[in-house]
Design a protein around this ligand. Structure first.
Ligand code: 0PR
Length: 386
């Protein structure tokens, strides 16, 4: 093929793909209101491209990228007050981190029951079937946080792990992690904190003066924590981190890796791109503590503004927001979601709690809220909600 033909062919393919891409919603439009992701920071986009060919599954080929990975893990370890002996595993997101954490708990304890709050992400359902563990669901209180009395009651000799959620998928609520920590310490249990969403919010909420509970390794009973940079870390998909308190535990989920340059490989993935890792590290370096504090503050201001506007039109929130997630209680959320989609807005239905969820990610500004509220009102009147 000559070069003119090559260019023509590329143009044709590009046009074809663009046609499909144009069917997508975009974060930049502001119309995605229900997603826990956002537009990647500009530096993330640049770095992702630069590291496209790197493979962290073969670290000797890419020692520089491996160093970036270590530096990013160091950043997360400081964010979460990890002890010196910690270890970080980078994967594709909260699902992979939760699977890995429960796999580790099963291997360390030889037991199979996981005490999981009713508000846990559905990734735990995958774990149950994938690695043959049994989920024991623990009920919530009126504040949509787990009832620790039930957790205590359900602990038994088969318990492999207790899970607490720091930033729930549906409402952004934080379970009473310090109390769960005490229970786990007392009973010598593996304690996993799912902070896939909250990990990049709670530390900064604390730093700007919000009264939120401790959720990290400062609590000595916390064994592992999931935190995702592709959510409030504002980096590119896919980037999840599982932080492990004691690096010696990792042998339990490692295998000999005969054909790549490392002796052993831990975790689920083999070949994995350094692109998202370079992107996440670049964002962390660029924003730093001050940048994330500013971002979280901005998201909370928009959340509080949206909360007032939603109340003004006569709708009720499931619970006062702890972070930048709002749940609006509705009789028929499915209908409202459908009508809002007709108006070009994407919000998510939270089936378990009869809500629609709005996540005030950085791309959701006050201006977006001002445009959304009249449509929400119209829609809810039509659906008979107000
Ligand atoms: N843990 C928690 C607390 C979560 O909220 C999520 C995802 C996960 C684990 C799983 O993370 P991954 O999806 O990265 O594996 N929560 C969002 C949800 O299910 C994910 C999401 C993101 C959904 C963007 C929609 C969307 O547009 O709602």
């Amino acid at each position: 093929m000559n070069s003119k033909n090559k260019i023509d062919k590329q143009d044709t393919i590009l046009k074809e793909l663009k046609k499909y891409r144009n069917k997508d919603f975009t974060f930049s439009s502001g119309h995605i209101l229900g997603s826990m992701c956002t537009q990647p920071h500009p530096i993330a986009k640049k770095m992702y491209m630069k590291f496209l060919e790197t493979n962290l599954g073969d670290p000797e080929l890419f020692p520089g990228t491996r160093e970036i990975e270590s530096k990013f893990i160091q950043f997360i370890s400081e964010l979460l007050n990890a002890p010196k002996n910690h270890l970080g595993l980078i994967g594709s997101g909260g699902t992979e981190s939760n699977i890995t954490a429960m796999w580790l708990a099963k291997q360390l304890t030889g037991k199979k029951e996981i005490l999981v709050p009713e508000n846990a992400h559905f990734s735990f359902e995958k774990i149950a079937s994938l690695i043959d563990m049994k989920l024991v669901s623990t009920p919530l209180n009126d504040d949509y946080c787990v009832d620790v009395n039930y957790v205590e009651e359900k602990i038994n000799n088969n318990t492999a792990a207790v899970v607490g959620i720091a930033g729930s998928t549906e409402l952004g609520t934080i379970d009473p992690i310090p109390k769960l920590n005490d229970i786990c310490k007392e009973n010598n249990l593996f304690f996993h904190v799912d902070a896939a969403f909250g990990g990049f919010v709670i530390p900064f909420l604390k730093k700007i003066g919000y009264n939120v509970p401790d959720f990290d390794f400062k609590l000595k009973g916390v064994s592992t924590i999931s935190v995702d940079a592709h959510k409030m870390g504002c980096s590119a998909i896919p980037l999840g981190t599982l932080m492990v308190r004691d690096k010696r535990w990792i042998n339990k989920i490692s295998v000999d890796s005969h054909c790549v340059s490392s002796d052993k490989q831990a975790g689920l993935a083999g070949t994995r791109s350094g692109g998202p890792v370079a992107a996440a590290y670049a964002v962390a370096r660029f924003l730093g503590e001050e940048g994330y504090k500013k971002l979280v503050k901005q998201c909370m201001n928009v959340t509080n503004y949206a909360e007032d506007r939603i109340n003004e039109i006569g709708l009720c929130l499931a619970v006062k927001p702890t972070m930048n997630v709002i749940g609006i209680k509705l009789r028929n959320p499915f209908k409202v979601v459908k009508l809002l989609t007709d108006h070009g807005w994407k919000v998510n239905e939270m089936k378990r709690i009869s809500c629609i969820r709005i996540v005030l990610m950085p791309h959701v500004t006050r201006k977006v809220v001002d445009e959304f509220i009249p449509d929400l009102k119209k829609t809810c009147i039509k659906a008979g909600e107000i």
